[in-house]
Design a binder for this molecule. Structure first.
Ligand code: UDP
Length: 473
């Protein structure tokens, strides 16, 4: 029997980066019989990260090589953005990636890196190994990233101060307030790191993006050969829609998940809102209390993954500890008497919950989400309507996409990163989704289209199969 093709994948720190890379690796292992090794640059401070890595090892689908995050003390300043830290981390991890790539056996046929690791493409090229970039986000976002070096030349002043949306050939324009976080301040170090990523992607042999043809046909056409954006950038590489690639529920015997499921079993169908802000999102103290009041005012049932508030408008904790906060700690940030008043209608979960398991329960009828692309796709694949509450990274674009273009989400009138969303509006959004079923039908249609794309013969399935054939030789 022929040896299986060996594929190496690289993931940067942060659960929102690690999870999709693992899921992509599993697809290659399961559907194409590849030997898959994941080089995971880890934060090593997160209990959940360790659990996820262990569950991959137990599944025996992929091999994991854990590369501890390098020491950044001398390389970044205290106030450097998470984005900068991620880029510097992955640059510093290059020697480790190089030595693994050149020494590991059997010799890998291809390397797939995430967007923070595009500098590793050069190593693969030197070693004559095929190389690809996996964009765990959507095609409109990829278009913005690739077009940013052009915008950098033609746009004067800060993007956020522009009067008109930023035009991208062949794609929808991006509103100034929706731009990706590293574009918020062109004088910040993260902006320079960001611009370099576009060039890094274009050096690769191709891009895999976590979307599907039927969802974003226009953007994928613009990006591929003959498309408006591709022509303008003189792009020579293909962009493959391979999504939706999402986490599958795993057997979870924890008492927390058991009690959540038992409670959900007792609720009526599509009656509960799940509230969570991804692996690291936090709200301000004021916003957190307003959200608590809003949920109570809606008189609907909910499960809320609660995290201690941030000192600013909102926060993100990719490099911080996830998973140790205590319930008592949470409660002191909530309105007085909230916990006892809601005890029959709501459940509070400190820090982290088994999201895909919860979203898959028939009682969940809405997901108030920060709109990280992983969470968004998990909502879509479970047919759960969204209440879009974007915080950081590219989430404002994601919220605009799901609410305005796809019609699968409601969203507040104000941007939660700029203004506090008031309790009355929160309650109204919850009722629109749970009682009026405002976007439910449309979400079910998109769910079906995603399932079709990733099933045998569907657009993403075919894309991935063709890619697997190219890599497998
Ligand atoms: N997640 C989870 N439980 C939580 C919070 C997050 O299982 O309490 C998972 C979620 O299912 C998703 C990932 O963490 O797979 C978060 O990725 P996403 O792209 O949504 O957002 P990010 O964390 O990168 O902002």
């Amino acid at each position: 029997m022929q040896n299986p093709t060996h594929l190496l994948l690289v993931s940067s720190p942060g659960l929102g980066h690690l999870i999709p890379v693992i899921e992509l690796g599993k697809r290659f292992a399961l559907h194409h019989n590849f030997k898959v090794t994941i080089l995971a640059v880890t934060s090593q401070t997160s209990r959940v990260e360790t659990q996820i890595l262990n569950s991959v090892l137990t599944s025996s689908l992929c091999h994991i090589i854990d590369i501890p995050s390098p020491d950044l003390t001398a390389l970044v300043a205290e106030n450097d953005a998470v984005f900068t830290r991620l880029c510097v981390t992955m640059r510093e991890a290059k020697p480790a990636i190089r030595s693994i790539l050149s020494e590991i056996t059997p010799r890998p046929s291809a390397l797939i890196v995430d967007v923070f690791s595009t500098e590793a493409i050069q190593i693969a090229r030197e070693l004559k190994i095929m190389n690809y970039v996996f964009v765990a986000s959507h095609a409109w976002m990829l278009a913005l990233v690739l077009y940013s070096p052009v915008l950098d030349e033609v746009v004067e002043g800060q993007y956020v101060d522009q009067k008109e949306p930023l035009k991208i050939p062949g794609c929808n324009p991006v509103r100034p307030e929706d731009v990706f976080d590293p574009m918020l301040d062109r004088n910040d170090r993260q902006y320079k790191e960001y611009l370099a990523i576009a060039n890094g992607i274009l050096q690769s042999d191709g891009v895999l993006v976590n979307t599907w043809e039927e969802l974003q046909r226009k953007d994928l056409e613009a990006l591929n050969e003959g498309g408006l954006l591709s022509k303008e950038l003189d792009m020579k590489i293909p962009v493959h829609g391979v999504g939706p690639i999402v986490r599958q529920p795993e057997l979870d015997t924890s008492s927390l998940t058991h009690s959540l499921m038992t409670w959900l079993d007792k609720q009526s169908s599509e009656s509960v809102v799940y509230v969570s802000f991804g692996s690291g999102g936090t709200l301000s103290f004021e916003q957190m209390r307003e959200l608590a009041w809003g949920l109570e005012l809606s008189e609907q049932r909910f499960i809320w993954v609660v995290r201690a508030p941030s000192r600013r408008n909102y926060g993100c904790s990719v490099f911080h500890h996830v998973g140790n906060s205590q319930f008592d700690e949470m409660v002191k940030y909530l309105p007085e008497g909230f916990v006892s008043r809601i005890h029959k209608v709501g459940l509070l979960v400190p820090d982290w919950a088994q999201q895909v398991t919860i979203l898959g329960h028939r009682s969940i009828g809405g997901f108030l989400s920060h709109c990280g692309w992983g969470s968004t796709l998990e909502s879509v694949t479970n047919g759960v309507p969204l209440l879009a509450w974007p915080l950081y990274a590219e989430q404002r674009m994601n919220a605009t996409l799901v609410a305005e273009e796809l019609g699968v989400a409601v969203r507040p009138r104000v941007l939660p990163t700029k203004k506090v969303v008031r309790r009355e509006e929160i309650a109204e959004m919850v009722r629109e989704v749970i009682i009026e079923n405002r976007v439910g039908e449309r979400m079910k249609e998109v769910q079906r289209s995603g399932m079709k794309a990733s099933s045998e013969g569907g657009s993403s399935y075919v894309s991935l199969t063709q890619l697997a054939r190219t890599i497998g030789g």
